[in-house]
Design a protein around this ligand. Structure first.
Ligand SMILES: Cc1cc2nc3c(=O)[nH]c(=O)nc-3n(C[C@H](O)[C@H](O)[C@H](O)COP(=O)(O)OP(=O)(O)OC[C@H]3O[C@@H](n4cnc5c(N)ncnc54)[C@H](O)[C@@H]3O)c2cc1C
Length: 474
């Protein structure tokens, strides 16, 4: 496992005050060290399980600030990490320099070209609203508060996945500060190798200052969720596994076993209840979407049905993801099947009973457009698995943490026979991390090429406060 401590910290040395003062002069009110007012806000993010403790945080407002921060880190031999929203933390993050991009909020829509250009700190909600004005939609995920750059460059699986593909395939250009402090414009025609690596391996290759990506002509979707009691789990999973084989690419769905939190946005009948839920979005006419759902609506025990025609801006209501930072434990794996044997096993090991606080086991149906893009296009390697599984367990105290760790291990071990061995890097974190787990995110060929490119663009592995890919050894 890579040591996350900077060489200076390992030697017990602090960053010289004179160097910090020069940085503070260059970037007034943008530099925070432990003990400074504002340090805690600057370093904190959505994930709370492993709060990062960098030596210094730079809250960048421009690409020039990021260049200054990267040059400072190089001069002080500090490792670097990037925080936009902190949704993908949950790995040891001690020492080093954090570049916080949350002040970089520019969004520009080009309705003619059907593209958006966003600055590094932008969250999906802002792009969805801006694009909707022109009847266009980005390939956002389930939650509007997730950051565009972190989500897109590690894959990005949203409600339009099967119709329009993974977000990573929609990226047309990235502006990125590399370890040598240069701002580069990466695309298929400019620094194509860097562009290939970024699209899949993200912050391992530099700090993206802005990203440009395609938009699609979607204003409305037919979306929502069907809720059944968890006791119906086996029957609903079995019906779902047959149903997904029949649906067109216009329909993207997920099935979720969960104990529901008492959220005002959820029907009261569901508060605190253990349920199995089918979530979906259909791009097309309401009547066609309703026809596709008919076999599921006919299943026994339906408690609640929230499907309706909705503006794409309301797509967040399909999953109702928590917007509050919460300490959780996670695990993830790509599945090769949703077979009878897997369903039998999952129902046994999911362990959602009366003692469970909040827990989610979600399986997303993949496939469609992203499988029709050549694997050689980018370093993103998780195109072909038909399903993605991830689990989230609340851990507010030591007892919950121990339960969560046990449950996660149990589910992971029991489902191994059905796993491809791959992972989607953006779902790593919160107890599920490390170089070997990251390695599982890539095909052998892609990983080898990534390591060679990393040795070229970032030979000292400066960008290692992340889900890391170490450079190839000379
Ligand atoms: C509630 C929730 C819902 C989610 N829903 C989905 C979903 O529907 N589909 C899906 O595919 N994923 C989903 N995810 C996973 C999400 O895509 C990843 O956690 C993603 O990496 C978050 O990016 P961020 O910028 O918000 O987070 P951050 O933690 O700020 O960043 C994550 C990582 O991205 C990299 N990064 C961010 N900004 C930059 C930059 N400017 N330059 C270089 N590297 C950068 C860094 O390596 C950083 O460590 C979800 C996660 C959560 C917690």
């Amino acid at each position: 496992m890579i040591d996350q401590m900077s060489p200076a910290r390992l030697a017990g040395m602090a960053i010289p005050e004179s160097a910090l003062n020069r940085l503070r002069t260059e970037l007034p009110e943008r530099v925070f060290t432990p003990g400074d007012a504002g340090y805690d806000e600057a370093r904190a993010g959505f994930g709370l399980s492993d709060l990062p403790s960098p030596d210094v945080v730079v809250t960048a407002t421009t690409a020039q600030d990021i260049i200054a921060a990267v040059n400072f880190a190089r001069s002080q031999q500090l490792p670097v990490g990037v925080k936009a929203t902190g949704h993908n933390f949950g790995f040891p993050y001690q020492g080093g320099l954090m570049i916080n991009t949350e002040r970089m909020q520019g969004v520009t829509i080009d309705p003619e070209q059907r593209t958006a250009r966003v600055e590094a700190g932008v969250r999906w909600g802002a792009v969805v609203s801006a694009a909707q004005h022109y009847g266009l939609a980005p390939l956002k995920g389930s939650a509007p508060h997730v950051g565009v750059v972190g989500y897109s460059l590690f894959g990005g699986f949203g409600w339009l996945l099967r119709k329009y593909g993974a977000a990573v395939d929609s990226v047309v250009a990235a502006e990125v500060v590399t370890a040598d402090g240069q701002l580069r414009h990466a695309s298929t025609t400019s620094h194509p190798e860097l562009f290939w690596a970024l699209r899949g391996a993200s912050g391992n290759f530099g700090v993206v200052t802005a990203l440009q990506f395609k938009l699609y002509p979607v204003s409305e979707i037919y979306g929502g969720a069907l809720f059944f009691p968890l006791e119906q789990g086996h029957a609903v999973l079995t019906a779902y596994s047959a149903w997904v084989k029949t649906v067109p690419d216009e329909l993207t769905s997920a099935i979720v076993l969960a104990r529901m939190p008492p959220l005002p946005s959820l029907p009261e009948a569901l508060h605190g209840r253990a349920v199995i839920t089918i979530r979906a979005a259909y791009v097309g006419h309401e009547a066609d979407g309703a026809r596709l759902l008919r076999p599921l609506r006919a299943l026994k025990g339906l408690i609640s049905d929230t499907f309706k025609l909705m503006p794409y801006t309301d797509a967040r209501t399909i999953s109702n993801d928590s917007v509050n930072p919460t300490p959780v434990r996670r695990s993830t794996m790509m599945l090769k099947e949703l077979s009878r044997a897997l369903i039998d096993t999952l129902v046994k090991v999911a362990r959602i009973d009366a003692t469970t606080a909040v827990k989610v086991v979600e399986i997303r149906h993949l496939g469609g457009a992203m499988t029709r893009v050549s694997a050689a296009t980018s370093s993103f390697s998780q195109r072909y698995a038909p399903f993605l599984l991830h689990t989230v367990d609340l851990q507010l105290n030591a007892e919950q943490a121990a339960n969560a760790a046990h449950n996660t291990r149990t589910i992971g071990a029991a489902l191994q026979p059905y796993a491809t061995g791959g992972v989607l890097p953006s779902w790593l974190g919160d107890g599920d991390h490390g170089v070997e787990r990251m390695r599982a995110g890539y095909s052998d060929d892609h990983y080898r090429r990534l390591q060679v490119l990393k040795a070229h663009y970032d030979p000292t592995n400066m960008f290692r406060l992340n889900h890391n890919i170490p450079p190839a050894r000379a």
